[in-house]
Ligand binder design. Structure first.
Ligand code: BES
Ligand code: MN
Ligand code: ZN
Length: 463
């Protein structure tokens, strides 16, 4: 599990090498102008040029800002600067802080399975005036989510998710309850049980529930819910090879809910918190649920199974219903729910669904402010009929005529979402498919920082 690590250092600025942030065609110190010209350094966004001193050792670096500096570009710096201790020069405090956060996010590498020793990495002196501890908590949350997504399904099964949840709970003296296997039936989680029951005995389905300061009934209750499908084979409606290849990431929603939950608790936001994760493997065996089966759900609505590959909404149905039993004021769920979300908006822009305009506005604004974007999509009532079933109360694969698969999946969840408070659903991709410096291909944290910024603005820590 990730711990707060010292990628951002808070002392030693005097010995650190400067990274000069240079606007396009910006004025350069004459001592470096010749060197810059010789290397075609013009200050174009993202350009990096290392500077030598007369002895040939490192003296600093120039970093291109283009027409205006994008702090997010500092993600690439962490991946490209030579090892050493660096400081950012020439930035206002707010931009320097945002750049330092980006730098730390860009320093993430997933090397758990590499046996050769790690190469040294650059580190950054935290700019004066920034909240180093708060930033490192945010970075650690994003890293936790990315690490969990990057870890292969063989090593990130339901039990491993449970173990991480137990660590998170114990760190913050939260309660944790896990209901597993056959006990899911006694405890009335029939949909979670049905989806996960085909897995191997050591990988039985479970619902994990963390509760934090629930006795503080003066505080608003926030519920975080995550889809934790540790591997999505598609079930009997088996996926093809290409579609299955990356399905270790199908627990990305659970990783996001746990990471955000840890961040809320570590930051001591004045809320009561419930984190609910449904951890299951959508596997194939003689005991697998089938197309044509009708499942019961915790809410009592019966669900006709049109396609066993639409499993995420089934486990979320029970988890969202459970969230509702806490009468939350605000519920957020995270799920790698549909391929259709990526078709609609691509891998970088997660669809946000909520019927509450104020919550949508706050989340979109927070996302813009911290460069962790979301895009609102409609819970379009006209498509509600697409999940009607002839046989049962609802069906899990929507009728083809509605087409908008991410929307109809969200409409399905809406049937099970808490009736108290406000609810938002994020259909995340949790993956960066395009490798760039600071943006390695692999697990990506999406909407964690936006959601945290929204929560911290709505529920500020008293000071
Ligand atoms: N986990 C997938 C959705 C997914 C696929 C997310 C690829 C990210 C990338 C989900 O369980 C699924 O298989 N959804 C189906 C639903 C369909 C069968 C109604 C889909 O989107 O194709
Ligand atoms: Mn699926
Ligand atoms: Zn899935």
């Amino acid at each position: 599990m990730s711990v707060l690590h010292p990628d951002l250092l808070s002392a030693g600025a005097d010995q650190a090498l400067p990274v000069h942030v240079i606007l396009k065609d910006g004025v350069l110190d004459p001592a470096v102008a010749v060197w810059a010209r010789a290397h075609d350094f013009t200050g174009k966004a993202g350009q990096l040029l290392v500077l030598p001193d007369p002895k040939g050792t490192l003296a600093g670096a120039l970093f291109g800002a283009g027409d205006s500096f994008d702090p997010g570009s500092a993600r690439g710096l962490a991946a490209r600067l030579p090892a050493g201790v660096w400081r950012l020069e020439g930035l206002p405090v707010a931009e320097a802080g945002a750049a330092a956060l980006a730098f730390a996010l860009g320093a993430y590498r997933f090397d758990r399975y590499r046996t050769r020793s790690d190469t040294a990495r650059p580190r950054l002196i935290a700019p004066d005036g920034m909240d180093v501890a708060g930033t490192l908590r945010i970075v650690a949350a994003c890293e936790l989510a990315r690490e969990m997504v990057d870890t292969p399904a063989a090593d990130m099964g339901p039990l491993q998710i449970e173990t991480i949840a137990r660590e998170i709970a114990s760190e913050s003296r939260a309660t944790i309850a896990v209901t597993e296997g056959e006990a899911l039936l006694d405890a009335n989680y029939p949909a979670i049980h049905a989806v996960g029951r085909a897995a191997a005995p050591a990988r039985q389905p479970r619902i994990i529930e963390i509760g934090w300061q629930l006795d503080r009934t003066d505080l608003p209750l926030v519920a975080l819910v995550g889809k934790g499908v540790v591997f999505d084979s598609g079930g009997l409606n088996i996926k093809g090879g290409a579609g299955m290849r990356n399905m270790k990431k199908d627990m990305g929603g659970a990783a996001h809910a746990l990471a955000l939950g840890r961040l809320v608790m570590q930051s001591n936001l004045p809320v009561r918190l419930v984190v609910l994760v449904a951890a299951v493997e959508n596997a194939i065996s003689a005991d697998a649920f089938r197309p044509g089966d009708v499942l019961n759900s915790r809410k009592g609505l019966t669900i006709e199974i049109g396609n066993t590959d639409a499993e995420g909404r089934l486990v979320l149905a029970d988890a969202l219903c459970r969230a509702g039993e806490h009468t939350p004021d605000l519920t957020l769920d995270f799920a790698t729910l549909t391929g259709a979300a990526r078709v609609a908006l691509g891998p970088e822009l997660p669809p946000l669904y909520t019927d509450d305009d104020a919550l949508a506005a706050d989340l979109l604004e927070a996302g813009r402010a911290v460069a962790d974007p979301l895009w609102r999509m409609p819970l379009w009532p006209g498509y509600r009929a697409a999940i009607d079933s002839e046989l049962a109360d609802v069906r899990n694969d929507s009728a083809a005529w509605a087409q908008a698969g991410s929307v109809t999946a969200a409409l399905f969840l809406q049937r099970f979402a808490p009736e108290t408070g406000v609810w938002a659903h994020m259909d995340i991709f949790a993956w960066n498919p395009r490798a760039r410096p600071g943006w390695p291909e692999g697990g990506e944290a999406q909407a964690i920082r936006a959601c945290f910024a929204m929560l911290a603005a709505r529920f500020p820590v008293a000071r």
